[in-house]
Design a protein around this ligand. Structure first.
Ligand code: XIL
Length: 489
């Protein structure tokens, strides 16, 4: 699960937590040492909470696993802490009002240890039975020879290990009260427009590089990687405390021409062999993902693989490799960065229909095959006439959430058609509806708009698709987005 950036979370001061006597011990540095059986709790006054993040440090070297259970209002979720320390996020929601948040710790039975002990007992029993049998046979032979009494061997002493004292240090607890709001950004305007970067940093929690990580930008010639623009935008985001989504590894657009229009040595048309194109894809994914490992925590691995009728897009990957190109891309991305969260991203499947069914079937099958996919991105390039979209998105978001996938709105914009301030209220309502669908669904963890100012919108300034106008003034759409994603507490 993703750890929300600090900007979206509210820290709960540890000294405001009530602790159960005995197993929870406050330390001088403000942290709390928890032993199995410990509970800590507090009451929060909230508008709406989307989750709890806990920083824990394992303090013992016992083999037993510890289970931390977080409760938020009447919801509960647990996580198992092995021998390493970690930050755990619980996706729980609580409605407005006063909500109780609590954490409790239990020690799980060490199944492996139990199994080993059982095996040892069974072996000992077998040995005793064998020894007994041998003893009886010997004794009867002895009885024949003499009637000397048997000397008893002294019993072997068994060392009993003292039980291991498991403990966890609670270093921090925060609640996620806001849904992160990100925007796509591009270096094309960096340094050219004094407002572009400044207003982004004031208003947004993170960014998606709009073009800088696409194939044509990162590997323009086969085997020659160029990361200048990618590094520039990613490092700028990180330096400003903003999160980054990686976009995109495998797609049918913005590829280098050697991928889609390969030529042989004599510059004649080359026809990819399956193994060749797999090798090309492998080299690309491994290099790009490894380059940004530790800086980009989340990638769109495959983009837009389906047509709206639910059939696979007949792109170069599908033609040469077959539908397995999708699973392969995910496995390669995971190989390059096992920590990264991997998403399938698409448009036109947000509100049900054959396209939705096709994506659902595909991701279900990936999960069944054990392919490392963590989430799905709903691009959400809507038109002003999209209508009651919350209602239509609700069952779709639920269906993907039921597969255990994270979700995001990844490229939101609303095309108003050409011009007219009279359309801004309707646009705002659509923004509100999309954000509402995400807020309501616990698996939906972020809203990203595709750009943020109409000055630089891929659908054209006159379509007024974004939450800020061409002069960087916030539009009603921005108020609507904020009201849903960042309710005032
Ligand atoms: C768009 C960019 O915004 C443009 O600058 C570029 O010319 C074309 O691509 N779906 C996606 C995005 O996943 O990558 C696309 O971005 C918009 C549609």
């Amino acid at each position: 699960m993703l750890v929300p950036a600090a900007a979206e979370a509210r820290d709960v001061p540890l000294n405001s937590l009530g602790t159960s006597a005995g197993q929870a011990q406050r330390r001088a540095d403000g942290t709390i040492l928890l032993r199995p059986g410990a509970t800590v709790r507090t009451d929060l006054a909230v508008r709406e909470v989307h989750g709890v993040t806990v920083q824990l440090e394992r303090r013992d070297r016992c083999s037993a696993n510890l289970q931390v259970t977080a409760r938020l209002g009447d919801q509960a979720a647990s996580s198992v802490i092995g021998r390493t320390s970690r930050t755990v996020s619980f996706r729980l929601t609580a409605p407005a009002g006063t909500t109780r948040v609590s954490l409790s710790l239990t020690q799980l039975r060490d199944k492996a240890k139990d199994a080993r002990a059982k095996k040892r007992r069974a072996q000992a029993k077998r040995r005793r039975a064998q020894a007994n049998a041998r003893g009886k046979a010997k004794a009867s032979r002895r009885r024949v020879r003499s009637h000397r009494p048997r000397r008893l061997r002294p019993r072997r002493k068994v060392a009993v290990a003292s039980p291991c004292q498991a403990s966890l240090l609670l270093r921090g607890l925060s609640v996620l009260e806001r849904l992160p709001l990100n925007a796509a950004m591009t270096t094309a305007h960096f340094g050219q427009d004094p407002f572009y970067q400044a207003l982004f940093t004031q208003n947004f929690d993170g960014l998606t590089p709009e073009n800088e990580l696409k194939w044509a930008s990162t590997e323009p010639q086969q085997g020659q990687f160029t990361f200048d623009a990618g590094d520039r935008i990613v490092n700028w985001a990180i330096a400003n405390g903003k999160s980054v989504r990686g976009h995109v590894l495998v797609w049918d657009y913005q590829n280098s021409s050697y991928v889609t229009d390969p030529k042989d040595f004599y510059l004649l048309q080359h026809h990819w062999k399956r193994a060749e194109l797999i090798a090309v894809m492998q080299e690309h994914i491994l290099n790009v993902v490894a380059h940004f490992r530790g800086r980009i925590p989340e990638w769109d691995v495959v983009n837009e693989a389906f047509n709206d009728d639910g059939s696979y897009k007949n792109n170069v990957w599908y033609q040469v490799i077959g539908p397995e190109y999708i699973a392969l891309a995910f496995r390669l991305a995971h190989q390059a960065d096992p920590e990264a969260k991997l998403f399938y991203n698409d448009l036109g499947y947000e509100a049900g229909g054959p396209h939705t069914e096709a994506v659902l079937n595909m991701v279900r099958s990936l999960r069944e095959q054990g392919v490392p996919i963590d989430g799905v991105g709903f691009e959400s390039h809507f038109d002003i006439s999209a209508g009651s979209i919350t209602e239509r998105m609700r069952p779709v978001l639920q269906a993907f959430a039921n597969l255990g996938l994270a979700e995001e709105i990844t490229e939101l914009d609303v095309n108003t058609g050409p011009g007219g301030v009279d359309k801004l209220a309707a646009e705002a309502e659509l923004y509100r509806q999309v954000a509402r669908a995400c807020v309501e669904q616990i698996a939906c963890q972020r809203v990203t708009t595709w750009g943020y100012t109409d000055r630089y919108s891929w659908i054209g300034s006159d379509r007024q698709g974004l939450p800020f106008d061409v002069n960087y003034q916030a539009k009603p759409a921005w108020q609507a987005l904020q009201a849903e994603a960042r309710p005032a507490v």
